[in-house]
Design a protein around this ligand. Structure first.
Ligand SMILES: NC(=O)c1ccc[n+]([C@@H]2O[C@H](COP(=O)([O-])OP(=O)(O)OC[C@H]3O[C@@H](n4cnc5c(N)ncnc54)[C@H](OP(=O)(O)O)[C@@H]3O)[C@@H](O)[C@H]2O)c1
Length: 258
């Protein structure tokens, strides 16, 4: 039996994950309130620890709650899967530092297909000429998404910037084009964020050349792929030595062209 503590269990993603786990026979799930964690109230986790135990914490909450949970996980030698997004660079460093003593998997996107698409765009960015192919990223989400651009879009930008040997801070721009702008600079990765209604989440990267273009799109219609990926990550991370991993490590995707 795998004992999973789910942080942010009443949120959109956390509740979908709890529902998904209800149909998995060899998993028990404990709902942990992120609000209580932020208030330094770990009573739910402590009670579980003294009872049936916890093998792994799966976190879909807020950066503030995740950071506190990471410290608790390290102090109590528990593995952790962090699906929360929206961390600043400084918070991400703190999170990784806190989690190094245990085994932890961090991924802003738990979908296997999305992670495979990252490897595809990484290869395209490496192979396509850097001085003639423009890169644009478009992401769409429901109207309640708090952060923009999405952490997944930022991860995509990071991946292609790295392959081009560009600094992300110098090349990344959020789309606010308006007016007479002249020619598009080459050394630029532009993210456009669309928010509205109940739009399903969608990420597209466009490699635009002269006379042709290539687009890689990932669409999610439900939250099931994220739940599936998070459970797979939880089962995998409890068997790993201490360290901080991502989903590509779990998938064992090699650095080669498909
Ligand atoms: N990695 C992935 O594949 C993936 C997929 C989907 C979502 N996400 C990420 O997971 C996170 C949660 O997403 P969601 O759509 O479920 O968000 P949500 O519906 O807003 O729920 C987030 C949870 O965080 C807690 N929370 C919200 N505001 C808080 C505050 N001010 N202080 C303390 N806790 C607070 C609440 O937990 P309690 O009610 O339990 O206290 C809430 O249930 C986001 O960062 C999102 O981007 C990641």
């Amino acid at each position: 039996m795998l004992q999973v503590a789910v942080a942010g269990a009443s949120g959109r993603m956390g509740s979908a994950f709890m529902e998904y786990l209800e149909n998995i026979e060899d998993v028990t799930a404990l709902a942990v309130s992120a609000h209580l964690v932020v208030a330094d109230d770990f009573v739910q986790l402590e009670t579980a620890l003294n009872g049936d135990g916890i093998d792994v914490i799966v976190d879909f909450s807020s950066p503030e709650a995740s950071l506190k949970l990471a410290v608790w996980a390290a102090e109590n030698s528990k593995s952790m899967v962090v699906g929360t997004t929206g961390f600043t660079a400084d918070q991400l460093d703190k999170l990784a530092d806190a989690l190094y003593p245990v085994a932890a998997l961090l991924s802003p996107n738990m979908s296997t297909m999305m992670n495979i698409s990252w490897r595809m765009m990484s290869n395209a960015a490496k192979v396509l000429p850097h001085d003639t192919i423009d890169i644009e990223i478009v992401e769409r989400h429901h109207r309640n998404k708090r952060n923009a651009p999405s952490s997944t879009a930022l991860q995509m930008a990071q991946i292609v910037a790295e392959k081009r040997g560009w600094s992300l801070s110098e090349s990344l721009r959020h789309n606010s084009r308006w007016g007479l702008l002249g020619e598009r600079p080459r050394k630029e990765i532009v993210i456009s964020s669309i928010r509205g209604g109940t739009l399903n989440s969608e990420h597209t990267i466009i490699f635009a050349g002269s006379g042709e273009s290539l687009e890689v799109t990932h669409r999610s219609q439900t939250l099931e792929p994220f739940s599936k990926g998070a459970l797979r990550a939880a089962r995998w991370i409890v068997r790993q030595p201490s360290g901080v991993y991502d989903l590509l490590d779990m998938l064992g995707l090699p650095e080669v062209l498909f």
